[in-house]
Design a protein around this ligand. Structure first.
Ligand SMILES: Nc1ncnc2c1ncn2[C@@H]1O[C@H](COP(=O)(O)OP(=O)(O)OP(=O)(O)O)[C@@H](O)[C@H]1O
Ligand SMILES: [Mg+2]
Length: 199
């Protein structure tokens, strides 16, 4: 990336520039900070942002509000909707940030398939998909969930979230971020890694 010489006449760019467009999927259990961190990252980069919570079919929201864990068949249409969002970004050669708990590898496989479908229509394109995994202990995340208000995910679902969690493996393209720091520090860790080109 070319560095511009600082000049008093030209203020620094308002937004970070990273080496290539990426599509980030910010993952982790409920209450790990996906929405908070994804928004901060999207803001720092000036990239479009999508909230997976908003892409759930209504029936899923009703179930979660009642404290009933979703089944995989509840999740498929939701994951496919997110995969299509990713595909469309990749196909257009545009960056983006989307939240999705993506707790299991097979859920991430669906999202990867979305990126692959988009990349297939852009010959020579590098794989742009990067999972950002927000890692935290059940105790820390439980405390944050208990303090959060006006949200459809009750704390009682947290145990099932940790039971389902399959952390990204070494063969998955993922950046793991420990969430025991303030949101701004986490967002900076993500954008620094992107700007350094090491992710
Ligand atoms: N790094 C952090 N430090 C302190 N508090 C945080 C941090 N990240 C998020 N929070 C707080 O923790 C709570 C959960 O965060 P958030 O809603 O972003 O999680 P989420 O992963 O999007 O949850 P869900 O899966 O239910 O949508 C919020 O009250 C948020 O303000
Ligand atoms: Mg959220």
């Amino acid at each position: 990336m070319a560095e511009q010489a600082p000049s008093p006449a030209s203020p620094p760019p308002a937004r970070l520039v990273v080496p290539r467009p990426r599509v980030l999927v910010v993952t982790g259990v409920a209450g790990s900070g996906k929405t908070t961190v994804a928004r901060a990252v999207a803001e720092r980069l000036g990239w479009p942002y999508a909230e997976a919570d908003d892409l759930h079919p209504r029936a899923n929201i009703v179930k979660m509000a009642a404290g009933v864990p979703l089944t995989d068949s509840d999740r498929w249409p939701w994951l496919v909707t997110i995969a299509h969002w990713i595909r469309d970004r990749v196909r257009a050669g545009e960056p983006g940030v989307v939240t999705c708990s993506a707790l299991r590898r097979r859920y991430r496989d669906i999202l990867r398939a979305g990126a692959a479908a988009g990349a297939a229509q852009r010959p020579g394109a590098e794989d742009p998909l990067l999972f950002v995994y927000l890692r935290g202990s059940p105790e820390l995340i439980g405390r944050r969930m208990a303090a959060r208000r006006s949200h459809f995910m009750p704390t009682s679902l947290l145990d099932s979230q940790f039971a389902a969690l399959e952390e990204p493996g070494p063969d998955e393209h993922a950046l793991t971020v420990d969430v025991d720091r303030p949101p701004d520090a986490l967002a900076r860790a993500v954008t620094d890694a992107l700007a350094a080109g090491d992710q």
